[in-house]
Design a protein. Structure first.
Ligand code: HEM
Ligand code: FES
Lengths: 566, 170
C-alpha cells in the first residue's frame, strides 16, 4: 500500500484510473458498444507484432523477400507473429465496417459527435493505407503485382496523376525507394497518424459518452446508467478475447500468412488485390474504358462525401429509421454495391479455368522459391535464386541454344527439326527410337539416315531397349537384350566401345553424362554423327558447369506443361 | 509599436523561421524522387533468336534481362520485364511490351481466340496490330522498336505510363 500511496502522491494516478473506470455509461452497458474497444486491442496487436516484424524486416528489393522468408521459416513462431499481423489487418477492416454501421444505425454521428465521426472515417482511410503499404513490403509476387496496379490507378488521376504516382512510388518505377518509402509510411508515419487520431477519437468519446438507441426514453436511460467498470468493460473484454481466439485459430489453420515467390517483373503473375479491395478491382473491370476514371473516382468521392456530410445534412429530431429513410437507402445501397462487386469478382475467378491454372503455377513457383531459399539468398537478391539454381540455368541455356530445334516437353516451344527430347532416355523414349529412328519425333527431320525401323516383336524391343540403356548405366543389364543386339546385327554398325571407323554412332556409355558431354561438345565426331550431323558443337562455347546444368534440365524438365494461352 | 504586436511579430518570425529551416529540406527530401529517374536501365537493344526460328503469326513471350541501377543499387542483369515477339509473313517481326496498357498487369495470349488477353480486367488486343478490341485498356499494346541484324531479332525495351490514351515513356 505504501508504494502505491507514494506513487499516487506524485502522479495522482488514482484519480485518472477512477475517471477511466467510473465514467458513466448512459443507459447502461450494451453489447452494441463492444466494437471500438476490440479495434483498439487489435491495433495494439498490430503495433506489437509490427515492431517485432520490423526487427527482422529489411526494406530493399534485394533483401525484403529473404528477410520475411527468414522470419517466417527460420524463427520460432515467426510464422505465427507474421500471420497475426497479416490476418489481424483483415479483421480490423471487418470490425471497422461493423463499428461504422453500428454508430451509423444508432445515429451517433449527430451533434455534438461530428468530430468523433469524422476522425473515425479518417481512421478507416488510414487503415486502408496501412494495408496497402504493408502488402508490398514482403516484395513477393502478390504484393508486387497488386500494388503496381494501385500505383497505375493513382497515375490515371486527372492532372495530378503523374505526380501522385511518382511521389507514392518514390521515382519513375518500382524499386528500392518504393520499399523504403512504403516502409516509412507503414512503420512511422501511419502509426503516428493513427495513434493521434485514435487518442483524439477516444478523448471525444469519453467527453460525449455513448449514443443509446433512440427509442429508449430519458428517464429509463438515467435510471439504468452505470459506470464503465465492471459491466461494459467485461463485455468488451469477453468480445476481444473471443476475437483473439478466433484470429489465432485462423492463423494456425492457415499456417500463417502467405509468402509468394519473389517479385518478378518479367513473369505473368495473376494480379489480385486483398479481398477488401476486390470491389474496386471489379469496378475497374465492368466500367467501360473511358468512363472508368470518372466512375471510380465518382463512386469513391460520393461515398466519402456521403459519410462526411451525414452529420451536417441529417437533422431529424429523432434518428429513427422512419426519419432517415433516404440516408439508410443510400448507406445500404453503397454497402450492397460493394458486397455485390466483391462477390462477383470472386465468383468470376472461381469459374475461370485460366485463373486456376495460373494459381497452380504460382504455387509451384512459391514452393520452389521457398525450397531454394533454404540455401540462403544470393548476393544479387531473391530473384537470383532462380539464376543460381542449376535447373533454371539449364532451362535458360536450353532456351538460348537448343530449343530452336529440340523440344523438351517443358515451356520451350521447339520447332522440332531435331529429336524431341521430351522424356529423354526413358524406356519409352529409347524404345520408340529403336522401333523407328526415321520417325519425325526422332531423326526423321534430320539428315541422319542409315538405320531402318527395327521390326521385331514388342518383348524383343523391350529387351533391346533395356540392353541399350544398360550401356550407360540407365537400366540393369539384359542378357536377352544383348543376344538380340548381336543376332539382329546392331553391332555391325554400332560399336559399344571406342573403336574407330563404324557406320553408326557408338553406344559406349549411351545416355550417360559422359555420352551427353560428347554429344553436346562434338556431335560431329566420327564416332557419333560424323558428316551427317547438323547440330552445332558446343565445345568451347559452353562451360562444363553449364553443360551440367543443361543435362540436369533435359533430364528433369517440368512435367507441368504451361498452357500457351496464359 | 505596441507591446502586443511586438510579441506577435517575434512569435511569427520565430515560427516561420524554424518551420522553413526544418520544413523545406524535409519537403525536398520527401518529394525529390518524384521528379527523378530513380530506376535506370540501359537502352541497348536486346538480342533474341533468329527470325526463322519463330513461327509465323504465333506470338512468343521473351524475358528482358537487363543491367541497371535502382537508386544506390547497381545490379547484375536481372529480369525487368517481358516482350511479345510476333513474326509476320515476309520475315518482319513485331514486338510489343507484355505490360497491359490499362494498369500494367502481364498480358497473356489466348490461342483459342487468337488474341492477346489481360487476366486483370479482361482487356483483349488484336494479334495483327495490338489494338484494343475489348475491355478497359485506353490504348493498344505498346509496340517496341525492332531491328533485324544478321537474321537476329533486336528489340529495344521501354516502359510506358499506363492508363492513359497517349503513349509516354515512364
Ligand atoms: C492498422 C494497423 C496495421 C495494418 C492494417 C497493417 C497491415 C499490414 C499488412 C497487410 C502487412 C503485410 C503482411 C504480409 O502479408 O506479409 C504488413 C506488414 C508489415 N507491417 Fe503492418 N500493419 C499495421 C500496423 C503496423 C505497425 C504499427 C507496424 C510497426 C510499427 C507494422 C510493421 C510491419 C512490418 C515491419 C511489415 C513487413 C513484414 C511482413 O510483411 O511480414 N505494421 N502490415
Ligand atoms: S491491367 Fe490489363 S485490363 Fe486492367
Amino acid at each position: 500500500m505504501r508504494l502505491r500511496d507514494w506513487l499516487n502522491n506524485r502522479t495522482g494516478y488514482r484519480k485518472l484510473l477512477d475517471h477511466l473506470l467510473n465514467e458513466p455509461v448512459l443507459g447502461g452497458a450494451r453489447w452494441a458498444y463492444i466494437f471500438g474497444s476490440a479495434l483498439a486491442i487489435l491495433f495494439c496487436i498490430q503495433i506489437l507484432t509490427g515492431i517485432v516484424l520490423a526487427f527482422y524486416y529489411s526494406p530493399s528489393t534485394k533483401e525484403a523477400w529473404g528477410s520475411v522468408y527468414y522470419l517466417d521459416q527460420e524463427i520460432l513462431l515467426g510464422w505465427f507473429v507474421r500471420g497475426l499481423h497479416h490476418y489481424s489487418s483483415s479483421a480490423i477492416i471487418l470490425l471497422l465496417v461493423t463499428h461504422l454501421f453500428q454508430v451509423f444505425l444508432y445515429g451517433a454521428y449527430r451533434p455534438p459527435r461530428e468530430l468523433t465521426w469524422w476522425s473515425g472515417i479518417l481512421m478507416l482511410f488510414v487503415t486502408l493505407a496501412f494495408s496497402l503499404t504493408g502488402y508490398l513490403l514482403p516484395w513477393d509476387q502478390k504484393g508486387f503485382w497488386a500494388t503496381s496496379v494501385v500505383a497505375s490507378i493513382a497515375g490515371t488521376f486527372p492532372v495530378i496523376g503523374h505526380f501522385l504516382r511518382t511521389t507514392l512510388q518514390g521515382g519513375n518505377d518500382f524499386g528500392n525507394l518504393t520499399l523504403t518509402r512504403f516502409f516509412g509510411f507503414h512503420v512511422f508515419l501511419l502509426p503516428a497518424f493513427l495513434t493521434s487520431l485514435f487518442l483524439f477519437h477516444l478523448f471525444l468519446f469519453r467527453r460525449n459518452g455513448v449514443t443509446p438507441h433512440w427509442k429508449r426514453d430519458t428517464n429509463e436511460l438515467h435510471k439504468k446508467t452505470e459506470p464503465f467498470w465492471p459491466k461494459q468493460i467485461i463485455y468488451d473484454i469477453i468480445f476481444a478475447t473471443a476475437l483473439v481466439f478466433v484470429l489465432s485459430l485462423f492463423v494456425i489453420v492457415q499456417h500463417g500468412a502467405p509468402l509468394d515467390a519473389p517479385a518478378d517483373p518479367s513473369s505473368s503473375y495473376l494480379a489480385r488485390p486483398e479481398w477488401y479491395f476486390r470491389w474496386l478491382f471489379e469496378l475497374l473491370k465492368i466500367v467501360p474504358g473511358k468512363w472508368e476514371g470518372p466512375a471510380v473516382l465518382g463512386f469513391c468521392l460520393f461515398t466519402f462525401f456521403f459519410l462526411a456530410a451525414l452529420p451536417l445534412v441529417e437533422k431529424s429530431p429523432v434518428p429513427s429509421f422512419k426519419n432517415r429513410r433516404v440516408h439508410l437507402v443510400v448507406a445500404f445501397g453503397i454497402a450492397g454495391l460493394i458486397s455485390w462487386l466483391t462477390l462477383s469478382s470472386f465468383i468470376a475467378d472461381w469459374n475461370d479455368k485460366g485463373v486456376a491454372l495460373q494459381e497452380k503455377q504460382a504455387q509451384t513457383e512459391t514452393a520452389k522459391a521457398l525450397q531454394l531459399a533454404k540455401g540462403g539468398i544470393p548476393p544479387g537478391g531473391a530473384l537470383d535464386l532462380y539464376l543460381n539454381d542449376s535447373y533454371e540455368t539449364g532451362k535458360r541455356l536450353f532456351m538460348e541454344h537448343c530449343k530452336n530445334c529440340h523440344k523438351a516437353g517443358g515451356e520451350e516451344e521447339g520447332e522440332g527439326s531435331a529429336p524431341d527430347l521430351t522424356n529423354f532416355m526413358t524406356h519409352e523414349w529409347v524404345k520408340g527410337l529403336i522401333a523407328d529412328p526415321t520417325d519425325p519425333k526422332y531423326f526423321g527431320k534430320t539428315k541422319i539416315t542409315g538405320m531402318d525401323p527395327t521390326d521385331v516383336p514388342d518383348e524383343d524391343l523391350d529387351a533391346l531397349t533395356d540392353y541399350v540403356l544398360s550401356l550407360g548405366g540407365l537400366a540393369p543389364h539384359s542378357k536377352r537384350g544383348e543376344t538380340l543386339f548381336e543376332d539382329s546385327g546392331c553391332h555391325t554398325c554400332h560399336p559399344r566401345g571406342n573403336e574407330e571407323a563404324s557406320d553408326g554412332p557408338t553406344l559406349d556409355q549411351y545416355g550417360s553424362k559422359t555420352w551427353m558431354y560428347r554429344v553436346i561438345k562434338n556431335p560431329d565426331h566420327p564416332l557419333l554423327y560424323g558428316e551427317q550431323n547438323e547440330m552445332p558443337a558446343f565445345d568451347g562455347k559452353l562451360l562444363d558447369s553449364q553443360i551440367d546444368d543443361l543435362i540436369n534440365y533435359i533430364f528433369n524438365k517440368k512435367s507441368l506443361v504451361v498452357s500457351e494461352q496464359l | 509599436m505596441k507591446r502586443r504586436s511586438f510579441f506577435n511579430l517575434i512569435l511569427g518570425f520565430c515560427t516561420t523561421a524554424v518551420s522553413a529551416i526544418v520544413g523545406l529540406p524535409v519537403l525536398s527530401v520527401f518529394f525529390d524522387p518524384a521528379r527523378k529517374q530513380t530506376v535506370r536501365r540501359g537502352d541497348k537493344p536486346h538480342e533474341f533468336e533468329a527470325v526463322e526460328s519463330l513461327p509465323i503469326d504465333i506470338p512468343r513471350k521473351r524475358e528482358i534481362i537487363q543491367k541497371g541501377t535502382d537508386a544506390w543499387d547497381r545490379s547484375d542483369p536481372k529480369p525487368v520485364g517481358a516482350v511479345w515477339l510476333v513474326r509476320r509473313k515476309g520475315n518482319t517481326v513485331d514486338a510489343f511490351s507484355v505490360a497491359c496498357p490499362h494498369l500494367g498487369c502481364a498480358t497473356g495470349f489466348n490461342s483459342e481466340k487468337n488474341v492477346f488477353f489481360c487476366p486483370c480486367h479482361d482487356s483483349a488486343f488484336s494479334l495483327e496490330d495490338g489494338k484494343t478490341i475489348f475491355g478497359p485498356a485506353p490504348r493498344g499494346l505498346d509496340p517496341l522498336p525492332v531491328k533485324i541484324e544478321e537474321g537476329k531479332i533486336l528489340v529495344t525495351f521501354k516502359k510506358f505510363i499506363q492508363g492513359i490514351t497517349s503513349r509516354k515513356e515512364a
